[in-house]
Design a protein around this ligand. Structure first.
Ligand SMILES: Nc1ncnc2c1ncn2[C@@H]1O[C@H](COP(=O)(O)OP(=O)(O)OP(=O)(O)O)[C@@H](O)[C@H]1O
Ligand SMILES: [Mg+2]
Length: 227
């Protein structure tokens, strides 16, 4: 009956720096259907990353509630929240966030090992993912030996390792040229259609909205439903 996988109610977030306070999110509400593709757009500094981190359970709001699969996320102890994250959520960060001492392959293996896979199985699956994303030949490189676009694809491979129900993407095409950006979007579309992965992406690039079935824009700390 309930087809809503993420629901956020009255989200409020203010950053304080010295005497300054900036309210980034002011009473944000959103419901995301299972299996849907949602994009949230807005100019730089409008609060896209802040909102995505809150929806993705990584940052707590000052007030308001986030439900994922009917769990009231920020009411849970951190270990339960981490468990939900590990089981259901994949996150591709805006600024690449790979383990710098590990190779691309090892980075993708980490979540597999943490979820209990044997090393050999983790390695094989990680190689498959890197192959799928067209970067298998970069597997033994460390993050500082990868281009921005390659590093972002390693992040995506890592985010997909545990086959998340929900994939959060923060400006994932930011470091890609047009052709690679389009091929990444096609890949995400395929993932959504074939695996039913719910996509929630933020971007300043309105050219990408055609790949999504729901579009919201952040304006003055609030979400406006575009369609
Ligand atoms: N940890 C923080 N402490 C203080 N201010 C912050 C913090 N994080 C973000 N901000 C401020 O909050 C506002 C929203 O930031 P956010 O990163 O969510 O924007 P954004 O829409 O993702 O921008 P961009 O498109 O440039 O990535 C900005 O004015 C930013 O400077
Ligand atoms: Mg951002």
């Amino acid at each position: 009956m309930n087809n809503i996988i993420i629901s956020a109610k009255n989200i409020q977030k203010t950053y304080k720096e010295g005497n300054q306070r900036i309210t980034v999110l002011n009473n944000v509400n959103i419901e995301i259907e299972k299996g849907s593709r949602v994009i949230i757009t807005g100019p730089s500094g409008s609060g896209k990353s802040t909102l995505l981190h809150i929806l993705g359970t990584l940052l707590s709001p000052d007030s308001g509630e986030v439900f994922i699969k009917d769990e009231n996320i920020f009411k849970l102890p951190e270990n339960r929240r981490a468990e939900i994250r590990k089981r259901h959520i994949g996150f591709v960060f805006q600024y690449h966030y790979l383990f710098s001492e590990f190779t691309a392959l090892q980075n993708v293996m980490v979540p597999l090992i943490l979820s209990g896979k044997k090393e050999k199985e983790a390695r094989n699956k990680a190689i498959l993912l890197l192959e799928l994303l067209g970067i298998k030949d970069r597997k033994d490189h460390r993050p500082n030996e990868l281009s921005g676009g390659e590093a972002q694809r390693v992040q995506l491979a890592r985010a997909l390792a545990n086959e998340p129900d929900i994939l959060f993407l923060d400006e994932p095409t930011g470091n890609l040229d047009h052709k690679r950006a389009m091929s990444l979007m096609e890949m995400l579309l395929k993932l959504n259609k074939e695996m039913g992965t719910t996509l929630c992406m933020v971007s300043h690039n309105r050219e990408l909205v055609r790949f999504f079935n729901y579009h919201y824009a952040i304006k003055d700390g609030q979400l406006e439903n575009e369609y």
